[in-house]
Ligand binder design. Structure first.
Ligand SMILES: Cc1cc2nc3c(=O)[nH]c(=O)nc-3n(C[C@H](O)[C@H](O)[C@H](O)COP(=O)(O)O)c2cc1C
Length: 446
């Protein structure tokens, strides 16, 4: 394959005191970061100094688990609502993209269309929507249901939800608002479009009461790993988050997804695939390794065992077992491939229970000098295994600082990353086209 001449795209996960499960206990971390807007402001401005494409906020509309003994040893039980936080951050940043997660399972499309259109206006074209179908089943209890919506239903609803949101964003032509004091006309009624959607899950008349977003549509992000999730991604996603194990599986996913997208009439460059990665950067490899080990040593065994239970399933009780002994025999899983992969890893590498949960806590670490990290990014990128990375910074602000000060300049030196933002919108950073209004298209014909 030919050598790529485009550049990497980099997103930064914005998680309270850091992405690592023990981040809040690190001596450098601000333990109450989750409640401190100044903390998020510093992080956002630092990421923007590094010219990163976007900030990304994950979300769950419930507590992130109900095992209080473990949860109470993490900083995951509280976090700001993403659109509210990103709206505030829009006011203290200029260029960086702002991607919020919102579920289609426990929301209404009119609300979502309106909120993201508003964020896009407030930020002058920097909004992105990470469309999820809800991983945490407990969310159901907060929305009048006693159990989670089934997986296939979640995706059917998501498809229709997405189509309604996009339709609502096209409620107005780009030039519908005249605001002409002299003539007294505020908008041109001929440039207003009523969606009139009637479907299996939604009946939405429209139009939206917010002007068409500056980007036309905020950038659509998706991260589902199942067959249904991939299908939706291939049809609608412009950025896809993935968690592949190695460069070969990354290449396979990249190829398959872009082929699948071609089946929906979409070009390969209309979708940016960004695997998650957790960099630990040091001036030397030893220093990087020490930083990693320092954090891993802070993982409370109860939290580690919960990570294991979440991955392997509740039917495996590890409580009476020696943490430094092997994983006991486990029945074949019903939880799908992640369970099997994790068990296979433990057997293959002869890992103890503690070593296994530390692997899960480490979350795909890349440990080394700035050159090592840049080598790895370059290898993935040039192998067509990704279009960039979504970076999990283990502890704020230090690991983001060392990334911005050491890794970004190395990537720039290699021509792999921008030195300055050339555009103003998130679409422009990602090299994505601005979509035409579906109603104007209908009027003017192809
Ligand atoms: C990198 C990444 C980030 C995700 N973030 C969230 C999130 O913030 N909230 C959520 O409910 N699901 C999140 N998900 C889950 C998916 O978007 C999806 O809803 C879930 O994996 C179930 O779909 P699937 O069965 O197709 O994988 C994330 C997944 C990945 C890979």
């Amino acid at each position: 394959m030919s050598r790529r001449t485009d550049q990497l795209h980099l997103g930064a996960f914005l998680a309270n005191s850091g992405h690592h499960v023990a981040a809040w206990r690190h001596p450098e971390a601000q333990a109450d970061a989750s409640q401190d807007f100044e903390h998020f402001k510093r992080i956002a401005q630092l990421a923007e100094r590094g010219k990163l494409d976007a900030l990304f906020i994950a979300d769950v509309v419930a507590l992130w688990g109900h095992h209080l003994d473990a949860l109470s040893r993490t900083a995951r039980a509280e976090h700001f609502e993403p659109l509210t936080l990103l709206s505030a951050l829009a006011a203290v940043t200029e260029r960086i993209g702002l991607i919020a997660t919102a579920t289609t399972t426990y929301n209404e499309p009119y609300h979502i269309a309106r909120k993201f259109a508003s964020l896009d206006h407030i930020s002058k074209g920097r909004a992105g929507w990470n469309l999820v179908t809800s991983v945490v089943a407990d969310e159901a209890w907060n929305f009048g249901r006693d159990q989670h919506v089934d997986h296939p239903d979640r995706y059917r609803r998501a498809e229709e939800f997405h189509d309604v949101v996009k339709g609502l964003w096209d409620s107005w032509d780009d030039d519908a608002f005249l605001r002409d004091k002299a003539s007294g006309r505020y908008f041109d009624p001929g440039k207003l479009h009523v969606l009139d959607h009637q479907g299996e899950h939604f009946s939405v008349r429209g139009p939206l009461n917010v002007a068409r977003p500056p980007q036309g549509h905020p950038v659509l992000v998706q991260a589902g790993a199942s067959a249904d999730g991939r299908r939706l991604a291939a049809r609608v996603a412009e950025v896809i988050f993935v968690a592949p194990q190695d460069v070969e599986s990354g290449q396979a996913f990249y190829r398959e997804l872009k082929e699948q997208a071609a089946g929906f009439g979409r070009g390969a460059d209309e979708i940016k695939i960004l695997p998650g990665i957790t960099p630990f950067v040091g001036r030397t490899r030893e220093e990087a390794r020490e930083r990693f080990e320092e954090l891993q040593a802070l993982v409370d065994p109860l939290v580690g065992l919960r990570l294991l239970a979440d991955t392997l399933g509740e039917d495996i009780d590890l409580s009476g077992h020696d943490l430094d002994g092997p994983l006991p025999d486990t029945p074949p899983g019903q939880r799908g491939s992640r369970r099997d992969q994790t068990i296979a890893l433990a057997r293959r590498e002869n890992l103890s229970i503690r070593q296994l949960y530390l692997r899960l806590a480490g979350a795909n670490p890349a440990i080394g000098t700035a050159e090592d990290i840049a080598d790895l990014f370059e290898h993935w990128f040039q192998s067509y295994a990704c279009d960039g990375f979504n970076v999990f910074f283990p502890v704020f602000p230090g690991t983001l600082e060392s990334f911005v000060e050491q890794v970004v300049p190395e990537l720039q030196r290699r021509g792999l990353f921008r030195r300055e933002y050339s555009g103003r919108t998130l679409r422009e950073h990602l090299g994505l086209k601005r979509p035409a209004n579906r109603f104007s298209q209908e009027q003017t014909g192809p």
